[in-house]
Design a protein around this ligand. Structure first.
Ligand code: NAD
Length: 478
């Protein structure tokens, strides 16, 4: 018998599970089909983010940062550790515990909201039928389908994954020992975060980045400061490096690459390939459905995540836009609301970006170079963490907050930060921009003292040349 549902969601990553929960909250009969299997080979909810991405990487980033704080910064705070050592197995066990608690948490939420979970692979057939393969093989009849199948790491021909020496971001979260020399292809978000983890634990880290510009999607001033800090930490970042091929040795892999100085070879114990991700559409739908993909292979959707098929939506990494869990979650909520007949939309102009390195990098809105090239007049306010009391107490004074405001209307167009806890600080900027704030609105808002958030406040004051804790001569050059 074909079971009937109001909503069938394919994929239980952040976009899919959020859509499923919200749809169920709105009184719809919902099933979520997902084929992820965890390390014990059991089914697990949460997709890449919870099982092999955001969450485990954050666990390793936190622990490795604690290690550096204790080892390198402890003495300046008067803390001396006689025998500080690293127990990698315990660090990994902590990470695995965080992951399993959170993935089981999603299962609890499904139960509490009445969402049915079917482990297995879902495929969209004609007439909104979803075929599930695997142990629970069956067919589901859907009034509405939400495709949320996520993305998968891009494999490079010049350095194909072998799961041992040449690995993707998932395997790089589970090394059993600290590689003496670690190579990373791609100095993007994954490359920098995982490169930082293993650098902190003692690896010599070499990052090969194809682009001449470091972090080209970030504000140039932020990227410059970040590059300076990362280089000081010992991350060896080579820009304009085109990987030609790789060769497997007995206990190493040799990468051959080309840059402006010619050809080079480097031998590393392990090589992480982090050159982006591609949408997961293999086997997701039958050809006779007529589902349209765009020219890059993403499921084609409009601004409300509607595909070309009636009652079929797609959300998250499988559709256009940044591959970010929070963007997918908002899309999931929007689609569930719209299926339930409510108005809803996502404001794609205020999607925050965060890189969880040390210092952290975060931003929302336009970069200075984008405003400049569009010929849009703007004013800038910059405030360094070196002049912030809380940052001083923490001993983390590198970096700054920068606000870009429209020169005609004062409306905030972009906020960029590099420094301590910027992943948290950016929330205030997102909120301000979501409400269409001017830099004056932020200037007139009271921020608690002593907090890092005062740096955001002072950067708004700096737009008007009014920063209190900044001598004009100390204003960083913009
Ligand atoms: P990315 O797009 O952030 O970075 C990939 C980098 O690899 C780019 O700088 C690119 O220029 C470079 N590159 C591409 N081909 C190359 C080649 N042949 N040789 C050398 N360099 C090459 O992709 P990612 O770091 O793999 O991350 C994948 C996705 O996951 C991204 O969309 C990212 O936003 C998301 N993600 C986000 C977070 C976060 O929000 N903190 C963390 C991890 C992943």
């Amino acid at each position: 018998m074909t079971e009937r549902y109001d909503v069938v969601v394919i994929g239980a990553g952040p976009a899919g599970y959020t859509a499923a929960i919200r749809a169920a909250q709105l009184g719809l009969k919902v099933v979520c089909v997902d084929d992820w299997r965890d390390t014990q080979d059991g089914p697990a909810l949460g997709g890449t983010c919870l099982n092999a991405g955001c969450i485990p990487s954050k666990a390793l980033l936190e622990t490795s940062e604690l290690y550096i704080l204790a080892r390198d910064h402890g003495p300046a705070h008067g803390l001396k550790f006689k025998e500080l050592s690293l127990d990698l197995a315990a660090m990994m066990a902590h990470k695995d515990k965080v992951v399993s608690e959170l993935t089981r948490g999603i299962a609890t939420l499904f139960k509490a909201n009445g969402v049915t979970w079917i482990p297995g692979r879902g495929k969209l057939l004609a007439k909104n039928i979803v075929e599930v393969s695997g142990k629970s093989a069956q067919q589901l009849q859907a009034e509405h389908v939400i495709l949320a199948s996520g993305s998968t790491p891009v494999n490079l021909k010049s350095a194909p994954f072998d799961g041992q020496r040449i690995v993707d971001s998932q395997s790089a979260l589970a090394f059993k020992d600290v590689p003496r020399r670690l190579g990373v292809i791609g100095a993007g978000v994954v490359g920098l975060e995982l490169g930082s983890v293993w650098r902190r634990l003692g690896s010599e880290v070499l990052l090969l980045e194809a682009q001449e510009t470091f972090l080209s999607m970030a504000d140039e001033q932020i990227a410059r400061e970040a590059l300076k800090q990362f280089t000081a930490q010992g991350l060896n970042i080579r820009l304009g490096a085109r990987v030609l091929d790789s060769r497997m040795e007995k206990s190493a892999v040799t990468v051959r690459y080309q840059d402006k100085d010619g050809e080079h070879e480097e031998s590393v114990e392990r090589l992480i390939v982090a050159v982006g991700r591609r949408p997961n559409t293999d086997g997701l739908f039958a050809a006779e459905t007529g589902l349209l993909l765009d020219e890059w292979g993403f499921v084609h959707v409009d601004e409300h995540c509607r595909t070309n098929l009636p009652n079929v939506h797609a959300v998250g990494d499988v559709v256009r836009g940044p591959m970010l869990a929070h963007k997918g979650m908002e899309e999931g909520v929007m689609v569930a609301e719209r299926i339930a007949g409510r108005p809803a939309s996502v404001d794609y102009d205020v999607v925050p970006s965060v890189i969880y390195t040390q210092p952290e990098i975060a931003w929302v809105g336009k970069t200075e170079q984008t405003l400049k090239s569009a010929g849009e007049p703007y004013r800038t306010g910059v405030f360094p963490f070196a002049a912030n009391g809380r940052a001083k107490a923490m001993g983390e004074t590198s970096g700054f907050v920068k606000i870009l405001a429209d020169a005609r209307t004062d409306r905030v167009r972009g906020v960029h930060m590099v420094g301590p806890m910027c992943s948290e600080l950016v929330a205030a900027a997102v909120l301000a921009m979501s409400f269409g704030a001017s830099s004056e609105d932020i200037m007139l808002t009271m921020f608690a003292h002593p907090t890092l958030s005062e740096a955001f406040h002072e950067s708004a004051l700096a737009v008007a040349g009014r920063a209190i804790h900044l001598a004009q001569s100390r204003h960083p050059k913009t």
